[in-house]
Design a protein around this ligand. Structure first.
Ligand code: HSE
Length: 299
């Protein structure tokens, strides 16, 4: 039996659209066993109400890609999926499924594919590297795609940084959230985001709080997405008042993520009350960074 544990991820971090992400300590687990024939998928959490349990399941389709690429076949498969990452909320649940499928299938057939090949396959499926790269590698990852090749730079994140995820009770599909973005932007906006993304990366790499605070601003996607996140602007403003050093739309949304340095009691109390009293069923989840990425165990 192979068990794969894969972290949630938060992408974009404001200005790092499609190229920056951080892994967080919230996990999906997949148990994989080869059986004589067929496909059995057992989902043990609430996502069983809407996730498919046949060949169209994302974990399985990712596994198939590895078997095809490696030219190998298995007789049959039994999968048990236990997911803690909320689906379609901007916390990397589809990337977690892809990475667990790729890494689990690779382990099942003796690890013929290396990290580069797995990452390249993951990007082919997902379309961009910013969630799949930290799900695989952990930490803060900057990644860019050139054709099929993915360049990445992984950095450990200072453990004093915490992430406050404000998770709405509604979905925002990535396809819809990408569909509202304009086709073109100005040179000025491009320059703004290059500068801020670079400042932010430097802040995360060096644990420089003021660089993170200065860099966490965006002009490429958030303004177009926030109108589809009812309560999102209020959450971002309040988070700042309660001590967050920066806030952003996590991935394609709708989760709003805040970064905290040091003692986060004031933030937890203030934002906890806000999501409970003024927003309809949002949840606040405090998360720490996962600096390791996906893990595999065999028993
Ligand atoms: N970078 C992606 C986006 C993340 O913002 O659309 C969601 O997959």
């Amino acid at each position: 039996m192979i068990t794969v544990r894969v972290p949630a991820t938060t992408a974009n971090l404001g200005p790092g659209f499609d190229c920056m992400g951080i892994a967080l300590q919230l996990y999906n687990e997949v148990r994989i066993e080869e059986i004589d024939k067929g496909l059995e998928i057992n989902i043990v959490d609430d996502s069983k109400l809407f996730l498919p349990r046949d060949e169209s399941n994302y974990v399985y389709t990712a596994m198939e890609r590895v078997f095809r690429k490696a030219g190998r076949r298995v007789k049959g498969l039994r999968l048990e999926l236990n997911s803690n990452i909320p689906v379609t909320r901007g916390l990397g649940s589809s990337s977690a499924s892809i990475i667990s499928g790729l890494v689990g299938a690779n382990a099942l057939i003796g690890n013929p594919l290396g990290v580069e090949e797995l990452l390249s396959l993951a990007c082919e499926i997902e379309g961009h590297p910013d969630n799949v790269a930290p799900a695989l590698l952990g930490g803060f990852v900057v990644s860019v795609q050139e054709g099929r090749r993915v360049h990445y730079s992984k950095n450990r994140v200072n453990k004093h940084l915490k992430f406050g995820a404000m998770i709405p009770n509604f979905y925002l599909q990535t396809k819809k959230s990408r569909g509202v973005l304009p086709r073109y932007t100005s040179y000025k906006n491009a320059v703004f985001n290059v500068g801020h993304a670079s400042m932010l990366a430097s802040g995360f790499i060096n644990g420089d709080i003021s660089a993170i605070a200065a860099g966490m601003k965006d002009r490429l996607h958030q303004a177009y997405r926030l109108p589809y996140i009812k309560g999102g602007e209020l959450v971002m403003r309040s988070a700042h008042r309660h001590g967050a050093i920066g806030s952003y739309v996590s991935g394609a949304g709708p989760t709003i993520m805040s970064v905290l340095a040091g003692d986060s009691t004031r933030f937890e109390r203030g934002m906890g009350l806000l999501v409970q009293n003024r927003l309809n069923n949002w949840k606040l989840k405090m998360l720490e960074v996962d600096n390791h990425g996906v893990t595999v165990s065999v028993d």
